[in-house]
Write a protein that binds this ligand. Structure first.
Ligand SMILES: Cc1cc2nc3c(=O)[nH]c(=O)nc-3n(C[C@H](O)[C@H](O)[C@H](O)COP(=O)(O)OP(=O)(O)OC[C@H]3O[C@@H](n4cnc5c(N)ncnc54)[C@H](O)[C@@H]3O)c2cc1C
Length: 440
């Protein structure tokens, strides 16, 4: 709990730093409206700059807070910054015209110089377009990779304009403490992009992998395995995911997040269960053994490592089984004494992956496995319907709600309904771990 709290404090400190510095300048006070206008502008710029490290690609951060939370925060706080930025010019209550020589600290006037305002005006137009394009990414029909590059470099353009605007038109930002704060923060934002788009790919190029197995498991799911080339592989915790790139240059941005389905062992080969969905996943039939692959790893906090609860309840919908397989396989290998229950939902029985392996776990008393189908074929004797509150009550004894750690992965609808059911049964958020496979 301490580390997330420290990150939150560091975040607040960073975005409030320009406000604190402008307050320390102790300029003659202006009307509340003018101070609010400047304050919102300063806050918006600082929030936008810190957004660069909230992209989910900084492991220390996203593994501590969780990828879902990091990305959701990035999205929501970005919208708040947009609102602050749009509001700030309209709040100024100023004397129009050029700067007055007698008003050296700009107590009564705000610059109306066109060239000082131009970068701000451009950013004012671009920022809403940028946020709207991010919110409606799917509707725009861009390939994900193209959207990513537009998002990164669009953000850089906006930040450049905001820097010019702050230095040319800002009352506080034209003073050295703030000028240098903005320059250093902008420099860090640029470094964040260089780290993700240049340094990471260079590292990946030197630590390549090869596809060692590609096999269809069910009509739309694949077992893909990769093995390291000339290095020791990757260290990860069961339940984590990597950014995987198969068959493209490490600099190409063609990488997608996939949970590792194998357990961390001495064998450096790692495996994935991948469901066909779009460009990359829909073309897995063209991947061959020997193809080059690259990974950026290991991310995610969907792991029971270090947890002390005596019961582990894994709830998976569809391909959400991938991280659960890794967790179960590790528990089996280590002969983990904890009691494990897997609730695994699918539409039909032919979508169940690694059924024999799961049945063997059940057979050996390693885990209780409950299959749930919502379109069962005639003769199906297992559970039917959706994984919901009624099913949890039926399958889990009351005691598990009090003692278990719950690990959830699957479609968003399932995640929300199971989370609500668990919380209404008194399971605290600290005992519910979740991962969404898609962020909007
Ligand atoms: C943490 C995490 C773990 C995942 N684990 C698995 C798994 O184990 N097995 C599995 O089958 N699927 C997993 N997914 C989902 C998987 O990443 C997408 O299905 C895949 O990226 C789709 O790519 P595509 O090119 O086939 O489809 P596209 O049509 O290009 O994308 C479809 C949707 O997938 C998402 N997506 C695509 N590319 C990316 C990207 N680079 N970054 C983030 N999201 C992207 C976007 O929401 C996009 O709208 C996981 C997703 C996340 C976020």
């Amino acid at each position: 709990m301490l580390r997330p709290a420290l990150w939150c404090l560091a975040y607040l400190g960073l975005v409030c730093l320009p406000l604190a510095l402008s307050w320390l300048m102790a300029f003659p006070a202006r009307s509340i409206r003018n101070e609010l206008a400047s304050g919102l502008g300063l806050l918006a710029f600082a929030i936008i700059l810190v957004e660069f490290v909230l992209s989910g690609r900084f492991r220390t951060l996203s593994n501590t807070l969780g990828l879902d939370i990091t990305i959701r925060f990035h999205q929501l706080i970005g919208r708040a910054a947009l609102a602050f930025a749009l509001l700030h010019p309209f709040l100024y209550d100023f004397l129009p015209g050029p700067e007055r020589p007698w008003d050296t600290s700009r107590e009564l006037t705000v610059t109306t110089d066109f060239w000082a305002l131009l970068p701000g005006i451009l950013a004012f137009v671009l920022l809403p377009a940028f946020v709207l394009a991010s919110i409606h990414r799917d509707a725009l029909g861009y390939r994900y990779e193209r959207w990513r590059i537009l998002h990164g470099f669009g953000a850089l353009l906006i930040v450049g304009l905001l820097l010019l605007h702050a230095e040319a038109a800002g009352r506080y930002s034209e003073e050295p403490p703030l000028i240098w704060t903005w320059r250093i923060l902008t420099g860090l934002a640029v470094l964040a992009l260089i780290y993700v788009y240049v340094l990471k790919p260079i590292y990946q190029a030197r630590h390549g992998w090869r596809v060692s197995r590609i096999e269809r498991l069910t009509p739309r799911q694949w077992d893909l395995r990769i093995t390291p080339e000339g290095h020791a592989g990757v260290s990860f915790q069961a339940g984590q995911f990597v950014w995987l790139n198969v068959g493209h240059s490490p600099f190409s941005l063609n990488e997608n997040p996939f949970s590792i389905s194998s357990a961390p062992t001495d064998d450096p080969e790692i495996g994935f269960v991948i469901k066909e969905l779009g460009d990359f996943t829909g073309a897995l039939d063209q991947v061959s053994v020997g193809d080059r692959a690259y990974i950026d790893s290991a991310y995610g906090s969907l792991t029971i490592e270090g947890r002390t609860e005596p019961d582990v309840v894994l709830i998976a919908g569809g391909v959400g089984i991938a991280p659960m397989l890794s967790i179960l396989r590790k528990m089996t290998l280590e002969q983990d004494a904890r009691n494990a229950v897997l609730i695994y939902g699918n539409r039909t029985a032919d979508q169940i992956v690694f059924r024999d392996e799961l049945d063997a776990l059940q057979g050996h008393g390693r885990a209780e496995v409950v299959h749930v189908l919502y379109e069962p074929e005639d003769g199906w004797r297992g559970e039917t319907g959706y994984i919901d509150a009624a099913l949890l009550d039926r399958v889990l004894g009351e005691g598990l709600f009090e003692t278990g750690v719950f690990v959830l992965c699957g479609p968003p609808v399932m995640l929300s309904s199971v989370e609500t059911a668990l919380m209404t049964r008194g399971v605290p958020a600290s005992r519910i771990l979740m991962e969404r496979f898609q962020y909007d």
